[in-house]
Ligand binder design. Structure first.
Ligand SMILES: [Zn+2]
Ligand SMILES: [Zn+2]
Length: 282
């Protein structure tokens, strides 16, 4: 497996130790780092090119893009989205098999005309648009296991039957036009959550046959996090293994993990290298 890592870091606590915390992973010959700013790049790394603002207008309204520009986080938001778009393109072209995207500003609360909750641009939606336009890709799936409902992703893709979106969140169960909410109760155990994913997601993925699988991965549902629903840290690593397995089976391993919620620096240091190691396993 060839694994791409798309990284940028500007500010904030949780990613303060990266990319140094990826020591032992970056040295692997099947791992490639794409990086926007990091001054002490390993010699094997590549530049992360920004995307053009024009591509944003395919998904987001010009007024909203202008509002984001005025927040002072525009460049970081652009590079966060750029990581997801480049990861999708390079995975499609076969330059890599799967990818992990660090985001300073996540995806799933960014809709066509609104944003919030630390999300500015919807990287997965933009990447799907780019894959369609550039390569004629047709079918996509997004699984969302951030603790909160992905209102932006749901809104953007509501009318789009060729994107399966399965969101595990606080909402009651519902399903319309290949958009699915699966209710996750507070105080759930790792085992029950994994069982729910197997039941609710895997059969849908196998029937839907996406060409690429995106994972909006937040660890904010971990014990002691701001979205604590009772999960242990190791849950995320187990889930990563299961999702990689299903991506290998149904979409030739094309699997893109996009970092979403989660704030703790210690959990980031513990989890992110382990989740990337799952991608990079032979
Ligand atoms: Zn969240
Ligand atoms: Zn949801």
């Amino acid at each position: 497996m060839k694994t791409g890592i798309f990284f940028h870091y500007q500010k904030g606590e949780r990613l303060r130790d990266f990319p140094e915390a990826l020591k032992g992973i970056l040295e692997k010959e099947n791992v490639f780092l794409y990086d926007a700013f990091y001054p002490l790049k390993p010699p094997s790394s590549f530049d992360l090119d920004p995307i053009s603002p024009e591509i944003l207008y395919q998904i987001h309204s010009p007024e909203m893009v202008e509002q984001v520009r005025r927040t002072g986080n525009f460049e970081g938001a652009l590079l966060s989205a750029a990581g997801t778009v480049r990861a999708a393109e390079k995975t499609w072209e076969g330059e890599m098999d799967n990818a992990f995207v660090f985001t300073g500003y996540g995806d799933h609360h960014a809709g066509s005309d609104f944003f919030g909750g630390g999300c500015y641009f919807n990287g997965a939606a933009i990447a799907i648009h780019a894959l369609r336009k550039k390569f004629g890709a047709k079918r996509f799936a997004i699984v969302d296991t951030d603790a909160h409902h992905g209102d932006g992703t749901w809104e953007i893709l509501r009318e789009d039957p060729d994107v399966l979106y399965v969101c595990f969140c606080e909402n009651p169960n519902r399903e319309e036009n290949n958009k699915v909410d699966i209710h996750v109760p507070f105080g759930i155990t790792d085992e029950i959550y994994l069982e729910m994913v197997r039941d609710a997601l895997f059969a849908r993925l196998k029937a839907f046959q996406p060409e690429v699988l995106f994972w909006n991965w937040g660890y904010d549902g971990t014990k002691g996090e701001y979205g604590d629903i009772g999960l242990t840290a190791d849950f995320h690593v187990l889930l990563a293994k299961e999702l990689r397995g299903v991506a290998d089976e149904i979409c030739r391993g094309r699997f893109i993990i996009v970092l979403c919620g989660g704030s703790r620096r210690d959990l980031a240091c513990y989890l992110i290298p382990r989740v990337i190691a799952v991608l990079a396993e032979k």
